[in-house]
Design a protein around this ligand. Structure first.
Ligand code: PLP
Length: 467
């Protein structure tokens, strides 16, 4: 396809959008993907680029052949495109490629110099990937969210005052994978820098939906570190990015060591090569880097503002229409007019129905892909669901006893730039039917996994895809 990709025609470039999947009723239905916060499908231009590249593919960095040199050139060019996407144009930042956001954040946690009494401030609204890595290396303090689930600037200030110069880093999500709230990262950055600390933004959710502007390091609102994943921005080929102030990486040894990172190795000493190669242990993922670079070019060509506007319209429409469903509860803001500072990520339940059952019915009877559970953000979900200490303890006991038949959670729908209003219409009509008790299947719970499956219905995956 050679037409220019725009926000109006992007749906036609979303790979697999027309794919039909089996339903309980025995008919095939077009799959509606409302699980973009987990992973996005790829785009035709990304797939075309990969296919065009594969005949040129070869190992990178030390190969002397033409293909190796070309592959190395493209890999390095991918870093430049990431720089452009994040608006970093100084030599003080480096672009480190890895596997995903989780790996990027773990790397920073292992490499940032910390003292015995250093404190890392994270928040109550983080994905576990921006919480657990820090607990391994320092004292972690969680900045609170307010009663609506939004980041509390007041608590950030209070905690910065309380812990003073022990605070080495404040690490905060750019946008929540549960409520969709977008955090004011530049305002947070200014406050953090005033206190002499640095800021890390987990942009796994933010990057596919908003313009990223890390700014120059002499700007008090700049971002020092930023992580995101290619599979959430239309390039699911196994790449993650850490854009980082290079200083901490210039000293010391990488947390993972092996090939591709050294100048000299003798029997008793090692001289590391320069950043960023030093930080990329083993053979790098050149295909993933090229896929990401192409995806970033596509979203920049479409325009991040156009993407944000389209998704805000979808979110507003969805919130408005979901109010038609009796007993539907939304966690976080349900205000359809307040969509500027949030993403199209909506977590909800239908009162009286277990979230896992609702998600299963949407899949088996309507071919709508959503997600349910706690979305790797247990501390935040507990706040949004209002789970008290006793309920929490009961839940932990149940899980430890392999019983997930009544674990608190929600259903999450999340938009990508290719989703359309008519898909929301199908979704809302499905919810109305389900809320009215019009369900075709008899669903059986697997207590241990917490999943529901319709009785007597088998999926034969071999009919659809075989290796
Ligand atoms: C906010 C946030 N941070 C981090 C991650 C982890 O991303 P990955 O699984 O690509 O490492 C996710 C994934 O859902 C996320 O939503």
């Amino acid at each position: 396809m050679s037409a220019k990709v725009t926000i109006d025609n992007i749906k036609d470039f979303s790979v697999g959008r027309e794919r039909q999947v089996p339903t309980l009723q025995g008919e095939m239905r077009r799959y509606i993907n409302f699980d973009n916060a987990a992973s996005t499908p790829t785009l035709q231009p990304v797939l075309d680029t990969i296919n065009q590249f594969m005949p040129w593919y070869s190992s990178i960095h030390r190969g002397t052949g033409f293909k190796s040199q070309l592959s190395t050139h493209l890999y390095e060019q991918s870093r430049d495109i990431v720089r452009q996407f994040c608006n970093v144009h100084d030599d003080l930042h480096t672009i480190i490629f890895g596997k995903n956001s989780t790996e990027a954040i773990n790397k920073l946690a292992r490499r940032i110099p910390l003292k015995e009494d250093s404190v890392i401030l994270t928040t109550r609204m983080e994905h576990h990937s921006n919480d657990l890595p820090w607990r391994q290396v320092a004292k972690v303090i969680h900045i609170d969210v307010d009663e609506t689930g939004r980041f509390s600037i007041a608590d950030l200030k209070a905690k910065l005052e309380e812990y003073g110069d022990r605070v080495r880093l404040v690490t905060v999500t750019g946008a929540s994978n549960v409520s969709g709230y977008v955090n004011p990262v530049h305002e947070i950055a200014r406050i953090v820098h005033e206190h002499g600390a640095e800021i890390m933004v987990d942009a796994a959710q933010l990057a596919p939906h908003r313009k990223i502007d890390m700014r120059n390091q002499n700007d008090p609102q700049h971002i020092d570190y930023l992580a995101f994943s290619a599979h959430k921005i239309y390039a699911p080929f196994g790449l993650g990015v850490l854009v980082a102030n290079r200083e901490p990486f210039e000293e010391g040894a990488p947390e993972m060591v092996g090939g591709g990172q050294v100048e000299i190795v003798s029997m008793d000493h090692v001289f590391w090569t320069d950043v960023p190669e030093k930080e990329e242990a083993g053979t790098p993922n050149v295909v993933g880097a090229i896929a990401l670079a192409k995806a970033l070019q596509v979203v920049m060509d479409i325009g991040m503002d156009q993407i944000a506007e389209h998704e805000a319209r979808l979110t507003s429409y969805a919130l408005k229409r979901m109010k038609e469903v009796p007993g539907l509860v939304i966690y976080g803001s349900a205000d359809e007019k307040d969509v500027e500072n949030r993403l199209g990520v909506i977590s909800f339940n239908i009162q009286g129905m277990y979230h896992a059952l609702l998600a299963a019915i949407l899949n088996y009877e309507y071919a709508i892909g959503v997600r349910n559970g706690c979305f790797c953000a247990h501390p935040y979900l507990k706040v949004l669901l209002g789970i008290n200490k006793d309920e929490n303890q009961k839940m932990e006991e149940q899980i430890l006893h392999h019983d997930r038949s009544a674990i608190p959670g929600a259903v999450r729908m999340s938009f990508g730039m290719y989703n359309q209003e008519e898909e929301i219409d199908v979704f809302v009509e499905a919810l109305k039917q389900i809320a009215a008790g019009k369900v075709q299947g008899k669903y059986i719970l697997n207590k241990e996994s917490g999943e529901y499956r319709p009785a007597g219905f088998e999926l034969h995956f071999d009919q659809y895809f075989r290796l």
